[in-house]
Write a protein that binds this ligand. Structure first.
Ligand code: DLL
Length: 432
């Protein structure tokens, strides 16, 4: 089943739609967002220079930092009374990245998420157990609204409380699990430890997983232990949230809903636009967003595009599953973390220096994070009480500011190895 006719538009018609929508978007940002007006002026262009998507490379890029620099609502193209929803993620300087939606943006989000569910064969007969986090993170509510749009029964369980989630999944007869892939495996492991029979106690037929980089091996493992079909959803809050692209029944690659989100692949070093099939950074321009229209957003995600026809009948371009990041962002159990954010938190705590290392690893199927940090010379290393308090303070500050639960290891001054060049801030022992 295909949710909407736009998903199968012949490419010529799709392009016409994209051309018209790009022109509208460019006019909207030029007229309403001083940041873009200034950028256009710097480049010596006006909206009249953009006649079709073939002109898109004349436009400036937008980066995460631009959202932060214009915190909280500086890039919004509408007045506050038109905004019906805000989401946000934590930011480098303690200030979050803020995104907003009008009523029509919410309609688009529900529409693309309805496409996602339909692509995975989910309809009103299904019960969706939604274990993506609810709240400022777009995963919980974005997936929730899409499931309701196709008429499915949604169980809004959010993250955590693993044993209770298993009970609900079994008793409510969930047929679809939506969560991060690592949480799906954690649920399976807990179910096995608690004596459930994964194949017979549950009615799951598929799962829709995303929000973090995932190896093929881990995907196969999720599919195998639960005995379900694995679908993948991709998205980012700056563009809409989950629902930018999704894998179909015929292909592991993800169809990008390009009537709403126009993709390009660039060389992350030079900004040069690359050809289909070439690996580079995904850049997306929103074509219908009202509250936060965004031009050539640098996602930081490395992938490639494929425009060959898909057996499922959809004409929309496919992207490969994300292969890595162009920057140093870590994703820890679905939460995005930049080393600079951790540093900013550490900088506000007395008794420690800014010599630190972030170590990401796996325990079972979940990610664990350790922050190793040197105490200052003044810190009495023989005072166990003082060290324990310091450890707790750092842990609480990271949790409150960045929503990450890290183990803190305090070490003596000058004990973390110094490098000759760039400091080694992150050791990622997880292999994706
Ligand atoms: O993670 C939105 C989302 C929620 C997607 C639920 C899928 C499911 P952000 O918190 O803004 O939004 O994080 C966006 O997460 O740039 C990628 O690096 C990563 N990401 C999202 N989906 C995938 C995926 C949500 N399927 C960032 N595979 C993105 C790999 C993913 N990475």
């Amino acid at each position: 089943m295909i949710w909407s006719k736009e998903e199968t538009l012949p490419r010529g018609e799709l392009e016409k739609l994209q051309n018209a929508r790009l022109q509208e978007t460019v006019a909207r940002v030029y007229g309403n967002v001083p940041f873009y007006q200034n950028k256009f002026k710097e480049l010596g262009i006006t909206p009249h220079d953009i006649k079709s998507i073939h002109d898109i490379s004349k436009l400036p890029f937008t980066k995460k930092q631009d959202l932060r620099d214009n915190y909280p609502f500086g890039l919004f193209a509408v007045k506050q009374d038109a905004v019906v929803r805000i989401h946000s993620s934590s930011g480098t300087t303690g200030k979050p990245t803020v995104v907003g939606y009008t009523k029509s943006d919410m309609d688009v989000w529900n529409e693309v998420m309805a496409r996602v569910f339909t692509m995975c064969g989910v309809n009103s007969e299904d019960t969706v157990h939604n274990a993506y986090g609810y709240g400022l993170f777009t995963g919980g509510l974005g997936v929730h609204n899409g499931a309701e749009t196709v008429g499915a029964t949604v169980v809004p369980s959010s993250g955590g409380f693993t044993s209770r989630q298993l009970l609900l999944m079994k008793d409510f007869g969930a047929t679809v699990l939506t969560s991060t892939p690592s949480f799906a495996l954690h649920l399976a492991e807990t179910a096995q430890n608690e004596g459930y029979d994964l194949k017979n106690d549950f009615k799951l037929k598929c799962g829709i997983f995303g929000a973090e980089p995932t190896s093929e091996g881990l995907k196969e493992e999720v599919s195998r232990v639960w005995g379900i079909k694995y679908y993948e959803v991709y998205g980012l809050s700056e563009i809409i949230g989950p629902g930018v692209s999704n894998s179909c029944c015929e292909s592991k690659d993800l169809h990008i809903f390009e009537d709403h989100f126009y993709p390009e692949i660039i060389n992350p070093e030079t900004g040069e636009v690359l050809q289909d099939g070439e690996k580079g950074e995904l850049v997306i321009t929103s074509l219908t967003k009202q509250a936060l229209p965004i031009i050539r957003y640098r996602t930081g995600d490395i992938t490639s595009l494929d425009r060959t026809p898909c057996r499922c009948g959809r004409t929309h371009v496919r992207m490969k599953s994300v292969m890595g990041r162009a920057d140093d962002m870590l994703i820890v159990n679905g939460v995005n973390v930049f080393p600079s954010q951790v540093e900013h938190v550490l900088a506000n705590i007395d008794g420690i220096s800014l010599n630190y290392q972030i170590i990401a690893d796996k325990k079972g199927y979940l990610d664990i994070l350790e922050v190793m940090v040197e105490v200052t010379e003044q810190m009495p290393l023989d005072s166990i009480g003082a060290l324990e308090k310091l450890q707790k303070d750092i842990q609480a500050a990271l949790l409150n500011n960045l929503y990450i639960n890290a183990k803190i290891k305090l070490v003596e001054p000058r004990s973390i190895e110094r490098s000759m060049g760039k400091a080694v801030r992150v050791i990622d022992k997880r292999s994706i």
